[in-house]
Design a protein around this ligand. Structure first.
Ligand code: HEC
Ligand code: HEC
Length: 401
């Protein structure tokens, strides 16, 4: 390509950011970083507290509180480390009682951009996700019933000021979540009261997570005309467009938010198992605790039509990818270059479904991988470009209520 940088810029923006930047509909260059982030960040209609400052302040305290785990040893931040862009520098996270998980803990700095959260998208919002980590026996292993007690003991005033009075829990057992006989014996109305607290904890955490967006990278500055890219970075940007990375790594987060099987070596069924869980989840956007069931239903109806879900995982955001220490849902590569070489160069995915004859370990490769192939001599530049998406260091000071 021999385009003038400004044309390339428009070309890239149109493709990568999926904004109509070239015809002047959105003039990105006139926005400062905060405005740009605000414009890019989608609304979260199923959470009425998503932009509530008090909820964000509560969410921040919850995020760092180890009392959200059964033995008070693990906080959200234990696996989503602020010092590592809110992701886990380890291949697999360690939960309560030293237990190892089976997927990489991705950063949460792009969660608010996503239509679905988690690698298999079994949550359709950011707020529906936390209770899954809290109740996961390998992660935090606190039940929703214990969670209500933690909130009542430690956060009663803050919680009630935002979400209203906490339920009275004098008569209920100690531990309780669906599947436990103690829980199943509770009256439906009590179960609903408890579930609502779990949903609200999620909504406060989402309000906080919306403030952790990875923005203002060198790339964003370049878009605003405040920084220039090196020749290597510009060449890498060209490779990114030419080799069709933006087919899936599109939009402001460099993720289409959809699910693809790109042949990462693992036998994890991914979306195939995640989709039915999402559709039957009481915390989904069409459920009792959603603040906008209409939009929730629309999203679920779309999800229900997905096909070829076996071995498909959510396209990760590439913001901050260069700062990660493990890549792919199963952490099978330790460097950005190694991942690109393995998947998009040696052709696990790549040309004709596997240059060296390899194919998907489970399910079938996504047809959108056809023609995706990065030549050896472009790898360094591509990696350089992705480093232009490195996130500025995380702000961990308390958000003002
Ligand atoms: C024991 C480690 C561990 C703990 C504790 C933990 N997480 Fe995670 N988190 C993970 C792993 C592993 C994944 C990916 C799991 C998957 O996709 O199945 C993940 C995924 C996520 C995602 C999805 C991001 C995306 O883009 O889809 C969000 C959001 C998140 N966690 C937030 C939280 C919050 C909030 C808490 C505290 C309530 C928490 N996590 C506690 C390990 C952990
Ligand atoms: C067909 C859709 C698709 C295309 C095209 C595509 N990717 Fe991906 N990419 C994905 C998915 C899905 C994953 C996660 C797969 C997994 O873990 O199972 C991923 C993972 C990655 C990761 C690892 C990120 C992390 O945090 O684990 C990088 C880096 C990456 N892609 C870069 C690229 C580049 C560079 C290109 C172009 C050469 C490209 N991708 C083309 C869908 C795609």
């Amino acid at each position: 390509m021999t385009q003038h940088p400004s044309h390339l810029l428009c070309f890239l923006l149109a493709l990568v950011l999926a904004l109509s930047a070239c015809n002047g509909t959105v003039d990105l260059t006139e926005l400062n970083s905060q405005e740009l982030t605000a414009k890019m960040l989608p609304e979260s209609p199923t959470n009425a507290f998503a932009n509530n400052a008090s909820a964000a302040a509560l969410g921040q305290r919850l995020f760092f509180d180890k009392h959200l785990s059964v033995d008070a040893t693990i906080a959200c931040a234990s696996c989503h480390s602020p010092d590592h862009g809110f992701s886990d520098p380890r291949a697999f996270s360690v939960g309560v009682r030293g237990q190892l998980g089976g997927r990489h803990a991705m950063p949460i700095t792009a969660a608010a951009f996503q239509r679905f959260t988690l690698w298999d998208g079994r949550a359709d919002s950011v707020w529906a996700q936390p209770l899954k980590a809290i109740e996961n026996p390998r992660e935090m292993d606190l039940t929703r019933l214990e969670l209500v007690r933690v909130i009542a003991d430690r956060y009663r005033n803050e919680y009630e000021a935002i979400f209203g009075v906490l339920p009275q829990l004098d008569v209920t057992p100690t531990r309780g979540k669906p599947g436990m006989t103690e829980w199943d014996a509770l009256p439906t109305a009590t179960q609903e009261d408890i579930d609502r607290v779990g949903a609200n904890v999620g909504k406060a955490l989402e309000a906080y997570e919306r403030k952790l967006i990875c923005a203002d990278t060198k790339f964003d500055k370049w878009v605003r005309g405040e920084a220039s890219l090196t020749t290597a970075e510009e060449n890498g940007a060209r490779s990114f467009v030419e080799h069709r990375c933006a087919r899936c790594h599109s939009g402001p987060a460099f993720s289409d938010g959809e699910f693809h099987n790109i042949g990462v070596p693992s036998t994890d069924p991914g979306r195939e198992a995640g989709l039915p869980q999402l559709l039957s989840d009481v915390f989904n956007g069409a459920g009792l605790f959603s603040d906008d069931t209409t939009s929730g239903q629309v999203k679920l109806a779309e999800a229900a039509t997905e096909t070829a879900t076996t071995g498909a995982f959510k396209t990760p955001s590439l913001r901050g990818a260069g700062q990660r220490t493990f890549f792919g849902h199963a952490s099978h590569q330790e460097t950005l270059r190694g991942f690109i070489e393995d998947i998009y160069r040696n052709g696990r995915g790549g040309r004709d479904g596997g240059r060296d004859g390899r194919n998907a370990t489970i399910g079938a490769l996504d047809p959108q991988l056809q023609g995706v192939f990065v030549p050896d001599d472009e790898l360094d530049d591509l990696v350089a470009f992705l480093h232009a998406l490195d996130c500025p260091s995380a702000a961990t000071e308390l958000v003002a209520p």
